[in-house]
Design a protein around this ligand. Structure first.
Ligand code: AN7
Length: 349
């Protein structure tokens, strides 16, 4: 059976007979029916697209497979990117897989520890800069012009082409497009890619179109405010972005779909993250819970019909950012190794 996004969707992607079939087994992630949150919100058909199941633990792998394949085909030797963490983890993995070099430029001290470990473990050249993600992106835009270099941020058109396959999978799982799709928005590539995927499939097979709902963190919500932010702040480090590269196409997705892009507070994000872990068994990083945070608010305000089919995209794995938990949940203290001590500890929790 074909696996990986290039093999599965070859006829819908910009590949030729000579494009190498680069894969780490990305895509084919589960669309899980909500067992507890949906009913609690009064929604009968809520689903989670669990993108943390991708090989490097985030949706970035879909686009990275294709971007890496096309970079190899163009005889590039080095993948280069700026990143809040997940793009660098993914680029590092695919570069290692293909015998290429990865150069990742990161906002110093602002990348979750698991993601940094991934980039280092895969042998990427990690260069932290004293600045924001947006500043790092400005630098790699220039680096990417140099000989042998392939820029693999979502400015690279093959990234979004690969990422649109997630929309294809959602349609295949449901038999049609959902009524609404919720997802976090950072650099705004993913909302652009999903909308493209839904539109392409609708055009070919009349599968319908969802309303697209993007969530930005309140301290990093340039699209909601209508102005770039020089010093974005949020606990959701993955979407700590002040000047999104795909800003215009995100507005198109919002407006053409009659959707919305709204800000959610860190408190709402962390509450949604906690609920996913405790009520659904799904551990995601804070940014990945932003879509559910927005859905929770809209459902509470009576803006969603009970029978609508809703998909929330959970973009990345929770183990990437252990600090975001450990700051809030104290580690339990050890007790004596006896049944009595364990029972006493159980009583006191
Ligand atoms: C878990 O890795 O921008 O709106 O440099 O890691 O397409 O940017 C990550 C973004 C959502 C936002 N959820 O997606 C990077 C980076 C997670 C993410 C987003 C990111 P875009």
């Amino acid at each position: 059976m074909a696996f990986g996004v290039i093999a599965r969707y070859r006829d819908r992607l910009p590949v030729s007979a000579t494009t190498p079939e680069v894969t780490l087994g990305e895509g084919s992630t589960p669309l899980l029916a909500s067992t507890r949150i949906g009913p609690a919100l009064g929604l009968r058909s809520l689903f989670f697209k669990a993108e943390g199941f991708n090989p490097s633990g985030s949706f970035k792998d879909r686009g990275m497979a294709l971007a890496t394949a096309r970079a190899m085909e163009a005889q590039a030797t080095t993948l280069v990117c700026a990143s809040t963490g997940n793009t660098s983890a993914s680029a590092a993995a695919y570069a290692a897989r293909c015998g290429m070099r990865a150069v990742v430029v990161l906002p110093a001290g602002r990348v979750a520890s698991g993601k940094l470990v991934q980039a280092l473990a895969h042998g990427a050249h990690v260069i932290p800069v004293a600045g924001t993600f947006d500043q790092a992106l400005a630098i790699v835009r220039q680096l990417g012009e140099m000989p042998g270099m392939a820029l693999v941020n979502s400015i690279n058109p093959f990234r979004l082409e690969g990422q649109k396959t997630a929309a294809f999978e959602v349609i295949e799982a449901l038999g049609r497009a959902p009524d609404r799709l919720f997802l976090p928005v950072g650099n705004a590539g993913n909302i652009t890619a999903y909308w493209r995927g839904f539109c392409e499939w609708e055009h070919a097979a009349q599968t319908g179109l969802p309303r697209m709902h993007g969530a930005q963190a309140a301290g990093a919500a340039p699209i909601v405010r209508g102005a770039a932010i020089s010093n974005p702040r949020t606990v959701a480090s993955a979407i700590r972005i002040g000047n999104p590269a795909s800003w215009t196409t995100a507005l198109t997705a919002r407006d053409e779909s009659r959707g919305s892009i709204e800000a959610v507070t860190d408190q709402e994000i962390l509450a949604a993250q906690r609920r996913l872990a405790r009520e659904e068994g799904l551990l995601v990083e804070p940014a990945s819970a932003a879509g559910l945070a927005l859905l929770t608010r809209m459902a509470g305000a009576g803006q969603i019909e009970a029978g609508e089919t809703i998909v929330c995209v959970l973009t990345g794995q929770g183990l990437k950012d252990p600090q975001s938990f450990l700051r809030r949940v104290p580690k339990p203290a050890p007790v004596e190794a006896s049944l009595d001590a364990v029972l006493a500890a159980l009583d006191s929790t």
